[in-house]
Ligand binder design. Structure first.
Ligand code: ATP
Ligand code: ZN
Length: 302
């Protein structure tokens, strides 16, 4: 493995400081990355993988991948989609592919309306001014629904636009909805569901880099799968095996092991890909299982 040659190192763009930063760096660490941080805090250098991290604003990530400065980038689907539409509007083909979606950064782009204002469906937007930082996604939604409305593009603090008289409605990211409530708005319609995702340059990269992109995506799959996974071991009467197997949450085919000197019972070992609750254990016990053990799964490679 050549980890020193700069040209053969993967460059990954992450959000410098924001909602995606900690989860994204943590994901790479769970994939085995050990790193040292550059003095200026703008880069991390992988010590045991040929991978360096560049910290930037999330909005700059599509351009960095587009211009082949970075091979990979982690950012929200909301920004990916907005950039894709923006590039298309400029007649530029988006040069990035979506490699995989990740299990964090979940939020939605929604239309929100001031308390006391009525909203039935997209037609309620007709002739209104809508403030957003996502003019392309909103524009597509309005076109798809045949609605003529004015899109007011702002760069931040969207939620105060109605109070300032700059817009009638807003179109902004929501996760818990508490910001909307604090600003006397209610969520009327979701126009895009979002979560973090990885984009990659479709520009031909070296076989060595390609191999590392593949390894990284396999490891990410593994990391995402083990988060909820548990390894269950129990003893089951042979006669109750079918019932007990049905109760194991999210497991495929469990391993059945004979017990030394006991003919009417077997040991059952299974990886459960869903959370195992106390209620599940109680049902297993009622079905005849005994000696039930639930262990965390640290790593998994399909
Ligand atoms: P930057 O300085 O990098 O431009 P930002 O202000 O655009 O930061 P954040 O607010 O940190 O970005 O959000 C980054 C991403 O996190 C969003 O683009 C979105 O994909 C995701 N996200 C998850 N939940 C929320 C939420 N409630 N509000 C905004 N973004 C959210
Ligand atoms: Zn941003």
């Amino acid at each position: 493995m050549n980890t020193l040659d700069k040209t053969s190192r993967l460059k990954v763009a992450l959000q410098k400081s924001g909602r995606l930063t900690d989860n994204s760096l943590d994901l790479l660490v769970r994939c085995g990355l050990k790193y040292s941080r550059g003095k200026d805090q703008l880069m991390c250098f992988g010590e045991n993988m040929p991978l360096d991290v560049l910290f930037v604003r999330d909005d700059d990530i599509p351009d960095l991948v587009q211009e082949d400065v970075c091979d990979l980038g982690i950012l929200g689907l909301n920004v990916i989609e907005e950039k894709r539409l923006a590039f298309q509007a400029q007649g530029v083909a988006p040069l990035f592919d979506q490699l995989m979606v990740l299990d964090y950064g979940k939020c939605r782009l929604s239309i929100a309306v001031p308390d006391g204002t009525e909203y039935k469906d997209a037609r309620s937007l007709h002739g209104k001014r809508i403030a957003t930082t996502y003019p392309y996604i909103l524009g597509r939604y309005l076109r798809d629904n045949d609605v003529a409305a004015e899109v007011v593009t702002l760069s931040g603090s969207i939620e105060i636009a109605p109070r300032l008289g700059r817009a009638d409605f807003i179109c902004d990211l929501v996760s818990t909805g508490s910001t909307l409530i604090a600003n006397h708005l209610w969520e009327a319609e979701t126009i895009l569901e979002s979560q973090a995702a990885i984009i990659t340059t479709p520009v031909a990269v070296s076989a060595f880099k390609q191999e590392w992109i593949h390894r990284l995506s396999m490891r990410i799959d593994g990391v995402q799968q083990v988060k909820e996974s548990k390894y269950i071991m129990l003893h089951a009467p042979r006669a109750k095996l079918a019932d007990i197997k049905k109760l194991l949450p999210g497991s495929e085919s469990p391993t059945i092991v004979p017990l030394d000197g006991v003919s009417d019972k077997v040991a059952v070992h299974a990886v459960c890909r869903e959370n195992v609750f106390w209620e599940t254990l109680e049902s297993l016990k009622s079905a005849g299982a005994s000696s039930i053990l639930v262990l965390p799964v640290e790593k998994m490679l399909a």
